[in-house]
Structure formats: C-alpha cells, structure tokens
Design a binder for this molecule. Structure first.
Ligand code: S3P
Length: 444
C-alpha cells in the first residue's frame, strides 16, 4: 500500500449542523488482538466487526506469514485457522507492518516467545518509533536481536526464544503494548509470567487471554495492577466480537460538540473505563453527552452516546488519566481550542513516541489555526477563546489522528483548515470522510 507516497491533502470547512446516527468502525486494539489470538489458538477462530483498516490487515498478513490461514468471509467477518501456540512457522519474508505500532510490537512478543526468526519493518513513521521498550523484556526471556537500525528501530530481526523464561516485569511506562508483548511471549513459557504496571493501561489482552482459556489473574497493585499468566495453556479458538472503537468515535463526538446546533447518536461505543478518559474529560468541560442503552458486546461494556453541541469550558486534565485517553489528546486539544478558558493536559511524555511526535504536531497545528497554546515540559496548555480562527495548513507527519483532529477543527473554525495528507486515515478509520459527510460535514 502506498500510504505516505501519494499525499492526499484535504480541506474542512464550516457548514451546517451535524445530525444523524453513526456506528464507528471496530476497535483497532481488539482487532489486532483478534488476529493474533486466532494465530495462537489451534483451530478456527471467527471474528465479527473487525476493523478493516490498513494497520489491522497488516497484522492479518503477518499472521498468515507465521502459519495461519486468514479468510474474509464478509465485511468485518473473518475466519482464522491458527497453527496454535508453539507451532508457528518461520516467515519467509520480512513482516511489513506499515504504520502499525501495536501490530508490530505485539507480534514481537509472539515471535519473541517462539523459536522462529522474523524481520519487522514498516513505513517512515514506524521506523522512527522506539522498540527497545519491547525488545528489553523479550531479551530477558531469551530472545535475541540479530540486527536492528540505530537505537532499537525497525527494521529489526528478532530470533525468538524456543523455551522462553517466565519473568516478572515492571513496565517502565504505562503501556498496553509493552504489557501485551511480555504476556504474549509468556504464553509459551513454562511457568508464570508476571507484569506489574504502575498505572493500569488498556486490558484487552488480559480479557482475550481469559476468553481463549488461559489462566490469568489480575490484582490491584499500588496505583496500578499486577497480572499473572500461567504459561503453555491450551488456547481454544473462540468467536470474537469487536465493539466500536472509542478512539475513532472521538472525532464525530468532538465535531458535534463544536459545530453549533449539532445533535448525533454514536452507536455501540466501547465504554471500557481504561479507554474512557476522553468522555470523562469532555463531560467535565460541560459536554452534553448522554449515555444510553448500556450493554455488553463481546465481553466489553458498550453504549450509545447522544451528543449535542455544547459550550465547553477549559479544565485541568490530570496525568493519571493519560493511559485511559492516550490516543485522544490531539482531538481533546481541538475541543480545548473551542472551549473558553485554559485547558492544561498533564503528563503527555508518551505522546512524543506515537505515530508522530504528537505533542509537537498538535502544537504546530494549533499554531497554524491561530490558537494560543504552550508546551510546558510534558504538559500542553491550550488557551481557548471559543472561536479559533483556523485558516492554516497542518503537517500530519503520517499520523492519522493528527489528520482527523484538524479536519474536525476546520468544521467549526472561522476559516477552513487544510491537512497535508489524509491517506493514512485508512490505518484506523477508512470510512472517516464518507461517515462524517453523512453526518453533514463539509470537506473538499
Ligand atoms: C495500544 C496501546 C497504546 C495506544 C495504541 C494502541 C494497544 O499504546 O497508543 O494506539 O492496542 O495496546 P502504548 O501501549 O504505547 O501506550
């Protein structure tokens, strides 16, 4: 796929109010994991509601390269025939993960715990992202890095441990990717692998381990959690139902809040508390969001959200909330630009190592839109005046969430906003443009 080779700029302009009902695409985190568990469970796993975004499809292809048969039965409905834990094949070609940090890092965990060798690579964005955070614990388990680009960057050739050592690992930062990589490697270890995190991060891997029959215990530990996994379980194939992605829902939600007169319903949004920091923050800012019809889908809490345009006020967002809304700061910064008063987002150091340096990219986007703001250490401070000027061109740096965030800004700023590329939106939310247009957004 040529994401990044043919930039597709797009302009968003102020128009009519947004209205209607909308179901966001399947959750990206759960979709990656669905493929990976399909690979590791011997037999036939079916998935409903899979996000068919570029990131996830690349994980699917990597699973094929390691011995799974992966088949699309219908839109969002997939079948994976996995070789099972301990029976992976060595891939013949490098695994190209494109833009996908989650796919590559979790697969490093899988490979790290198996006696296979694989080369991990991706696009210019992925090649900049730090991988030592994953490789360090995998080395403790017995994996070897045969080659890497400077500073632990892709392309990386990893030789997995045939008989990985179970370890107790304290994650150095709150990261579900690090936690998941260690647990996935630990699946093939004899004994108990333990991960301790100082702040709880998204728990989809733990939930899926239980769903597929592994023995996992999760207990509070200080401000965070301790996860113990018994290695070498018999993973049984199970159907996976993927709920709608709250990180994608965030864009129409904030668009509705800032475009006067808007009123929409977003259906089936996952409300897992470890993913709901943005909702909490928006409600604190005065957002009119009604949570309707709470229910369970695929073992996750979901709800329909009725969102109406709202007058927002600046708030102080504590650093402790960051893991539950780590991907939502770019769009929160847009909401903050439309709020009145100061919004301080604390503890954003992890934003510097996402698909782009998101702290710098958001700051540059706010500057392009004439929004007063400052980066103070790891905090982002936005001085909202209720009506950003807009009119700027935003550099997206191969980052889907930067592109979508500033397009949303352009739907309500006084002048249109243009982003320099939208091709990479296909990694997480391929139907972003038509879905937003159906709600009444003006692009082009
Ligand atoms: C993810 C974890 C988060 C998040 C990413 C998806 C996951 O990354 O930013 O988009 O699915 O585990 P970190 O674990 O690095 O915080």
């Amino acid at each position: 796929m040529s994401i990044g080779l043919d930039p597709a700029p797009l302009r968003a302009s102020r128009g009519s109010a947004l209205s209607g009902r909308f179901r966001p695409p399947g959750d990206k985190s759960i979709s990656h994991r669905a493929f990976l568990f399909g690979l590791l469970a011997r037999g036939e796993t079916t998935v409903e509601g899979l996000l068919e975004g570029d990131d996830v499809l690349r994980t699917g292809r990597a699973c094929e390269a390691l011995g799974a048969q992966v088949e699309r039965l219908a839109p969002g409905r997939w079948r994976i025939r996995g070789p099972g834990l301990g029976a992976l094949l060595p891939p013949r070609e490098p695994l190209d993960f494109g833009n996908a940090g989650t796919g590559s890092r979790l697969m490093m965990g899988v490979v790290g715990g198996h006696g296979v060798t694989a080369t991990f690579d991706g696009d210019a964005s992925l090649r900049k992202r730090p991988m030592n955070r994953i490789l360090d614990p995998l080395k403790l388990m017995g994996a070897e890095v045969l080659s890497e680009a400077r500073g632990g960057r892709c392309p990386i050739t990893l030789k997995g441990a045939r008989d990985p050592a179970p370890i107790l690992y304290r994650t150095p930062v709150a990261s579900a990717q690090i936690k998941s990589a260690v647990l996935l490697a630990g699946l093939n270890a004899r004994g108990i692998t333990t991960v301790i995190e100082a702040e709880a991060s998204r728990d989809h891997t733990e939930k899926m381990l239980v769903h597929f029959g592994a023995e996992v215990t999760v207990a509070p530990e200080g401000t965070g959690r301790r996860i113990d996994l018994v290695g070498r379980p018999e993973l049984r194939p199970r159907p996976v139902v993927v709920p709608a992605d709250p990180s994608s829902a965030a864009f129409p939600i904030v668009a509705t809040l800032i475009v006067p007169g808007s009123d929409i319903v977003v259906e089936g949004v996952m409300t897992n508390p470890l993913r709901s920091g943005l909702l909490t923050t928006l409600v604190e800012m005065g957002a009119d969001i009604a949570i309707l019809d709470r229910r369970l889908e695929g073992g996750e809490e979901v709800a329909d959200l009725r969102v109406r345009a709202s007058a927002l006020t600046g708030v102080d967002v504590p650093a402790l909330r960051a893991p539950s809304m780590i991907d939502e700061y770019p769009i929160l910064a847009v909401a903050a630009a439309f709020a009145r008063g100061t919004t301080r987002m604390r503890g954003l150091h992890e934003l510097r190592v996402k698909e782009s340096d998101r702290l710098a990219a958001v700051a540059a986007g706010l500057a392009a839109a004439g929004v007063r703001h400052a980066v103070e250490g790891d905090d982002l401070v936005v001085e909202g005046d209720g009506a950003p000027a807009g009119g700027g061109l935003v550099a997206t740096h191969l980052d889907h969430r930067i592109a979508m965030s500033f397009l949303v800004m352009g739907l309500a700023s006084r002048q249109p906003m243009t982003v320099d590329d939208t091709a990479m939106i296909a990694t997480s939310f391929p139907a972003f443009r038509p879905a937003m247009e159906r709600l009444g957004a003006t692009f082009g």
